[in-house]
Every structure is written in structure tokens, then in C-alpha cells.
Ligand binder design. Structure first.
Ligand SMILES: [Ca+2]
Length: 227
């Protein structure tokens, strides 16, 4: 009887430990792989911008195709080899150094609400930084280069489902339409579901090398300050 209780206790302890580990966000690995002994690892991106937000009724940047979008703008002044984007909800106890926190996030940091995340990488037809302004950004032609709904590389959501998102976009120099050339890009953070959603989220945009002159910001106003 005692043995059975002990086994049960071990299973419970181990089970809850697994659960904690499942929620832990690993370093953001790039597509560059390196062999360390018998293991092959994805070399982490060196340049990562993190943003913590709170999705709620009315605080989105835009509603497109019924989805509430939050954007992070990225100015790329030279050809970039690769960009990684990932998003998880809720933020929970995840601690990220130097993350920008929106006011809506700090007010709702303890919220346990979460949602099924969805990300896009978009390129505009703005190729000169002198042409970046609110009006031009609104009327620009935005083309979606890549998107992701669910990634098994991300921590599971509290429901146990792998509904968080991750994408890596590699520049294809041979194809001008697929190359990460000079210009204004944006990352769209949204939800799989259309309509009302609520919850905290962590969004990250990353590059494998520190590209001089790359500026990432939540708003066009902040982006311009960094140019
Ligand atoms: Ca998803």
C-alpha cells in the first residue's frame, strides 16, 4: 500500500514537473544548426526584440479579414539573411529581459486569459526611410511573405494544445519577390479566431546577426525616432 502511494506521489510530482517545463519558453533558435556532441541544436538568434501586449476589445491596430491585428514595424536597411517571429499566449510567468510592455499589458499582467495565436510577416512597397510616415504606412501595399498558426516548437497553452506560433523566413536572393531586401516590414500578431479575443501575449522578432541600422518598434512614431 505504501509503495503504491509512493508511486502515485512520484507520478504526480513528475507529471506536474512536465507541465511546468511545457510552459517554459526556450531560447529562440534560428534555422542555422550546429552539432554539439551527439545533439544538433538550432543556433539562437542574436538580435531579439520582445513585446508584451494584451489583446482586448478595441485596442488592436487594425481589423483585417475579421482578425484583430497588432503590429510591430521593422526597418531593414540592408539585405537580411533571415527573420524569425514567434508569439505565445498567455505570457504567464515568462520573464523576458528588455521586453517592451504595453500599458494594456502592465494593467492586465496577472490575467490568465489567453487565445490561439497567429502571426504574419509582411513587406510594404516603402523602400526609402524618408517615405515612412503614418499616412504612407496606411496606404502602402502590404504583401504577406509568410504566416504561421500553430508550432510544436512553442510551449503548449494551458489547455494543453500547441496553438502558439513560430515562423522563420529565409531570404531567397535569387528571387526578388522572396528576398529580404531594403524596406519597411511589419509583423502581424493576431488570433486564429476572428472576432472578440482576450488575453496577454508575448511577441518576438529576431535576426541571426546584428544588422546595423535595423530598427524595430511598435509604432511608426517610435520607429522614426530610431532611424
Ligand atoms: Ca495558433
Amino acid at each position: 500500500m505504501k509503495t503504491k502511494i509512493l508511486i502515485l506521489a512520484v507520478i504526480l510530482a513528475f507529471g506536474s514537473n512536465l507541465n511546468v517545463q511545457a510552459q517554459k519558453l526556450k531560447k529562440f533558435g534560428s534555422s542555422i544548426e550546429k552539432k554539439i556532441g551527439p545533439k544538433t541544436i538550432k543556433v539562437p538568434y542574436t538580435d531579439v526584440v520582445s513585446y508584451m501586449g494584451y489583446a482586448a476589445s478595441g485596442n488592436e491596430d487594425e481589423v483585417k479579414d475579421g482578425k484583430k491585428f497588432y503590429y510591430i514595424y521593422v526597418w531593414i536597411p540592408a539585405v537580411a539573411p533571415e527573420i524569425g517571429v514567434r508569439m505565445m499566449s498567455p505570457v504567464g510567468k515568462t520573464k523576458i529581459k528588455k521586453a517592451t510592455q504595453s500599458a494594456a499589458y502592465t494593467e492586465n499582467a496577472k490575467s490568465t486569459d489567453y487565445f490561439d495565436t497567429y502571426i504574419t510577416l509582411e513587406r510594404s512597397d516603402i523602400i526609402s526611410k524618408d517615405n515612412i510616415n503614418e499616412g504612407a504606412v496606411k496606404s502602402a501595399n502590404w504583401v504577406t511573405l509568410e504566416r504561421n498558426d500553430d508550432s510544436s516548437e512553442m510551449p503548449k497553452q494551458p489547455s494543453g494544445s500547441s496553438y502558439n506560433s513560430l515562423l522563420r523566413y529565409k531570404s531567397e536572393a535569387s528571387d526578388p519577390l522572396k528576398a529580404l531586401t531594403v524596406g519597411l516590414y511589419r509583423i502581424g500578431f493576431t488570433t486564429y479566431k476572428t472576432g472578440e479575443v482576450k488575453g496577454t501575449f508575448l511577441a518576438e522578432v529576431a535576426a541571426p546577426i546584428k544588422l546595423p541600422g535595423v530598427v524595430m518598434a511598435k509604432t511608426i512614431e517610435d520607429l522614426k525616432k530610431g532611424l
